[in-house]
Design a protein around this ligand. Structure first.
Ligand SMILES: O=C([O-])CC(=O)C(=O)O
Ligand SMILES: [Mg+2]
Length: 543
């Protein structure tokens, strides 16, 4: 007779969605053959959370904390999300920007062989469906995918960029309660042009330069087609951290046929517009009264500019979109974007190539344009130097300065610099978090103008409403809802965003507004509910 063997309990403990560790009750231990596989203590969820937080806090560096959090996600999913929900302010910078930036840079080195998402390489052309079928969950509602070409402001990291889809989807769950089983991180491996990565013996992606042939488009197309065919027309496909040349054209290609958006173009735009709406209370200027200068004219820059222009025409119906765009100036690596440069300009900048004289520097541009809002999206640290900030403060009572590049090492200036150099006059926000700044007897709390305030809520709204499209107006709806949740107390400390501790509530409200708007547009695949908020709330996973 073969020895009796029972692996149910062992398997339960090795399944992150089922494992509860010491929280298994006596009954659960009995029912699942867990006796003896856990020490005899039975812990409350509170004690377990305290234990995990103590372990986490004993790690010396952010990247060690990141690795700890990843292994927690791979061991005990509930506890992982409980940690994030209970300590959002402390843990967001670990699982997301800025630490996720380092985690991507080090991805191949800290890789732990746990399957988390799928890798689809250019050699898998014709086999994409097979790969999706290899993932255990068949009911996927939200996919975040990258080709690794422009990871945060760090550039081309190849498949090391996988940390981003993983981190973004963790926030779908942590910030908006999209159930983790519905989420799938995907990385398209088409090579990398970063030599140091190609030279790294531990690099795990294809060791080749980026495929720029038709095969690239074929791979994206096969992926978009197969994902929609397998999961249905309401599966959300979020483009993340693609390079400029592909990001705009792929978005425009798939927007009409798929439930898709590009977070770097549209999500960033929405969160920035939300901050600008909230800032109206401080600057006492409406959107259409501002002049905007952008340092950086990539996905974020033109994405934000396009949404601002759209919002201006809604605010002031007398204004045409062309007139609205005339209030917006872009500066790129060659200086001010102007009509004279039209020949050599990338398509997405053309709408802002105004017929004005050339300016080769940011300072020259600010002197000429006299902007009230300065937005940094150029991924070059320290671009907003003392001269720039002082100039903004000399031409404005309350200048708006957003230094949005990520991670922190790429920020155009720090919060402290912005407040110090403008003598506390500026309305500041940044893409990655900064600590509060004390100036004399005033304390400024910089808001984090990060996509994380909108994309999880949009995701929940799309999932709960079963939406089959995400249009540009949804970004406006999300921005308005976000701004409505900035309180007088937030504004008093100088923050134009709500604190991270309220992010689940804000995401729920964004989700409800998005689902309702989507329903009105005919994008929804569900019946009209009594209450959009209740619908979304009921859909939320609570760990
Ligand atoms: O992830 C973030 O913090 C914002 C973002 O999408 C990017 O910088 O690419
Ligand atoms: Mg991004």
């Amino acid at each position: 007779m073969a020895p009796a063997q029972n692996s149910t309990g062992f398997n339960v403990m090795h399944t992150p969605s089922l494992n509860k560790g010491l929280e298994f009750t006596a009954e659960e231990r009995e029912a699942n053959n867990l006796r003896g596989l856990v020490p005899s203590a039975i812990w409350s969820p509170e004690l377990h959370l305290q234990h995990a937080m103590a372990q986490l806090r004993s790690k010396a560096t952010p990247i060690e904390k990141y690795i700890f959090m990843q292994s927690m996600q791979d061991r005990n999913e509930q506890l992982y999300y409980r940690m994030l929900a209970a300590h959002t302010h402390e843990l967001m910078p670990i699982v997301y920007t800025p630490t996720v930036g380092q985690a991507c840079t080090d991805f191949s080195h800290i890789y732990r062989q746990t399957p988390r998402g799928v890798y689809i390489s250019i050699n898998d052309l014709g086999h994409v469906r097979e790969i999706l079928d290899n993932w255990p969950e068949q009911d996927i509602r939200a996919i975040v995918f990258t080709d690794g070409e422009r990871i945060l402001g760090l550039g081309d990291l190849g498949i090391n960029g996988m940390g981003i889809p993983i981190g973004k989807l963790a926030l779908y769950t942590a910030c908006a309660g999209v159930h983790p089983k519905y989420c799938l991180p995907v990385t398209l491996d088409v090579g990398t042009n970063t030599q140091s990565i190609l030279d790294d013996p531990f690099y795990m992606g294809l060791r080749q330069r980026r495929d720029r042939t038709e095969a690239y488009d074929q791979l994206v197309d096969e992926f978009m087609t197969e994902a929609k065919a397998k999961y249905g027309p309401q599966v959300l496909l979020q483009f993340e951290d693609f390079g400029n040349t592909n990001a705009f054209r792929l978005l425009h290609k798939y927007q009409p046929t798929h439930c898709t958006f590009n977070d770097d173009i549209q999500g960033t735009a929405s969160v920035v517009l939300g901050g600008l709406f909230a800032a109206e209370q401080i600057t006492q200027k409406s959107l259409s009264e501002h002049k905007f200068v952008f340092m950086g004219a990539g996905e974020a820059g033109t994405g934000i500019a396009d949404l601002i222009a759209m919002a201006i025409t809604k605010e002031d119906p007398e204004k045409s979109i062309e007139d609205a765009r005339k209030q917006i100036y872009l500066v790129d690596s060659k200086g001010l974007v102007i009509a004279e440069r039209k020949e050599g300009l990338q398509h997405h900048k053309l709408n802002y190539a105004h017929d004005v004289p050339a300016a080769s520097t940011l300072i020259e541009t600010i002197e000429r344009v006299q902007p009230s809002v300065l937005i940094g999206v150029c991924t070059i640290a320290k671009t907003f130097n003392q001269q720039v900030c002082e100039l903004m403060a000399s031409i404005n009572e309350r200048p708006v300065i957003f230094a949005l590049s990520n991670p922190t090492s790429k920020a155009e200036c720090t919060a402290e610099e912005a407040y110090t150099w403008t003598k506390g006059k500026c309305v500041f926000a940044s893409g990655s978090p900064f600590d509060p700044v004390t100036l004399g007897d005033e304390v400024f709390v910089p808001g984090q103008g990060n996509n994380a305030y909108v994309f999880p809520g949009i995701g929940l709204g799309v999932v709960a409403g079963g939406l089959t499209r995400v249009d540009d107006t949804i970004m406006l709806v999300a921005a308005r809802t976000l701004a409505d949740h900035v309180t007088d107390d937030d504004l008093k400390t100088g923050s134009v965003y709500p604190p991270l501790s309220k992010i689940r509530d804000v995401s729920l409200k964004i989700a409800a507004a998005v689902a309702e708007y989507g329903f009105e547009q005919g994008y929804a695949t569900i019946e009209k509910p009594e209450s959009w908020t209740e619908l979304c709330q009921a859909a939320m996973y609570s760990p």
